[in-house]
Design a protein around this ligand. Structure first.
Ligand code: AMP
Ligand code: ZN
Length: 462
């Protein structure tokens, strides 16, 4: 008989508290994560959210749950403003690149999956594209209409949020206050929080992505895709729904509203939200044009896994201020962890006390900074190196830094630098410190650091 999963506590945005996690079905977790809008590359801020979700999944698996992880691909319907105005991001991306909206979706979905792989993020068990689920979305909209929660304007079918008593509870939205103080241009919308379920194609232009529906030719609103697809793959009430914190007031509030009307549930029992990566000066927004993406790090020879490490040093419920200095520090830290694994012999035993402590931190609402502190205590401990290695590798099942598979890059040191090192060693042996220092500076200027250790001096590229 397998033992029951370990207890885990998670912060549920719905309840606004850390509470014990109880699955709907024993030993199993249904997990839905809002995926990318594939009109451009992901920025590293987006990727922080996926690292957090990967940490959640790996922690649940470590605790002993069988996780079913579903992620959507938004390839239609996400307008440049979350308030259902502006252009469709996909059609805008098509205009920017000269490709079709379908080609854009292909290209950036593939790029996104490469980013996930580079960050050692586990692939969801189910990928689902909005454009492959138009029928399901139309069925949901029809049900919401049948229940009397919709109205039609000249540009689409809208959800009447005033009809749902607890609309916006997830975000603790002050709907009455919003109504009274609203300076938003309402247009034909009845309430500021109303949102589009279906948008009509403009009469005079043909969209690249459009479908027939009972209400006319057009395309689904952004929020309906997630409720339709999560229900299809996980059922009308599943365990955990995730996204970035920006999804709380609009996207997730609307997903819940749709599901309450169509299925009588609030979609998920736990709502978890990752806080933002902030870059200060540099605008962290894809629609702003210039943004940092994983390739930007690769161009600077920075291993994406160092970025993963950086993400793990902050709790998922606090914003993380990005700086190149903190990323450099992450590169060094990751290097030390790799060294601790590869500089030690295999065949050791896991130190249960360290691993328990590490797991306890994660089981307490994914406290990765504290878990990493436990990891460093282990690295600095006087435990047998083989046991330390085995324990570190066990921790890495959750950290996901892929420590086991790292291979040191073989760098060849030019013969003349080796000669300089030999000359420096001779100068040191002769206690000619002035000459030894001058040679060290020469080696340094040529791009190498000297590491002096008990087994002698080694050269390391800077
Ligand atoms: P999008 O591709 O725009 O739909 O966003 C993908 C995911 O990234 C969503 O879960 C967002 O909440 C999240 N996100 C957007 N900006 C940031 C940021 N600066 N830091 C962390 N997550 C973000
Ligand atoms: Zn979503």
């Amino acid at each position: 008989m397998t033992s029951p999963p370990k207890p885990i506590e998670l912060y549920d945005t719905w309840a606004r508290e850390v509470r014990p996690f109880t699955p709907i079905e024993e030993g199993r977790v249904g997990l839905y994560c809002c995926g990318p809008t594939v009109y451009d590359y992901a920025h590293i801020g987006n990727l922080r959210t996926y690292v957090f979700e990967d940490l959640l999944r790996r922690t649940l698996e470590m605790a002993g749950y069988a996780v079913r992880h579903v992620m959507n691909i938004t390839d239609v319907g996400h307008l440049t403003s979350d308030a259902d105005t502006g252009e469709d991001k996909m059609e805008k991306g098509a205009a920017r690149t000269g490709l079709t909206a379908w080609e854009i979706a292909e290209r950036y979905t593939a790029a996104f999956r490469e980013d996930l792989a580079a960050l050692n993020i586990l692939e969801p068990h189910v990928w689902c594209r909005a454009t492959d689920h138009i029928e399901e979305q139309i069925a949901d909209i029809a049900e919401i209409e049948r229940q009397g929660y919709t109205y039609i304007t000249s540009d689409g079918v809208y959800f009447d949020t005033a009809k749902l008593a607890d609309y916006g509870y997830l975000a603790r939205l002050d709907v009455a206050g919003l109504d009274a103080g609203s300076r938003v241009e309402l247009g034909e919308k009845r309430n500021p929080t109303d949102f589009a379920l279906w948008k009509f194609s403009p009469a005079d232009t043909r969209r690249q992505m459009e479908w027939d529906s009972p209400w006319g030719r057009g395309f689904p609103g952004w929020h309906i895709e997630c409720s339709a697809m999560s229900v299809k793959y996980l059922g009308p009430l599943f365990d955990i729904h995730c996204g970035g914190k920006d999804h709380i007031p609009v996207h997730h509030s609307n997903e819940i509203a749709q599901c309450e009307v169509a299925h009588g549930t609030r979609l998920a029992n736990y709502w978890l939200h990752g806080y933002f990566l902030e870059t200060g000066q540099e605008k962290m927004s894809k629609s702003a044009g210039e943004f940092l993406r994983l390739q930007t790090l690769l161009d600077r020879d920075i291993d994406p896994l160092a970025y993963r490490y950086l993400c793990l040093t902050a709790h998922y419920r606090s914003d993380l201020r990005f700086s190149w200095e903190s990323l450099d520090a992450a590169v060094v830290a990751l290097g030390r962890l790799r060294q601790a694994v590869h500089g030690a012999p295999a065949g050791g035993e896991v130190d249960a006390a360290s691993l328990d402590q590490f797991q306890a931190e994660l089981l307490n609402d994914l406290n990765s900074p504290k878990a990493i502190a436990v990891t460093w205590n282990l690295v600095r401990s006087d435990l047998d190196p083989a046991d330390r290695r085995a324990t570190l590798l066990a921790m890495d099942e959750v950290l996901g830094l892929d420590l086991a598979n790292w291979t040191p890059v073989e760098t060849t040191v030019p013969a003349e630098i080796e000669e300089l090192l030999a000359a420096r060693n001779a100068a040191r042996a002769a206690r000619d410190w002035g000459r030894a220092d001058a040679l060290r500076d020469q080696i340094h200027a040529a791009g190498f650091d000297i590491e002096d250790g008990p087994e002698g001096s080694r050269l390391k590229p800077r």
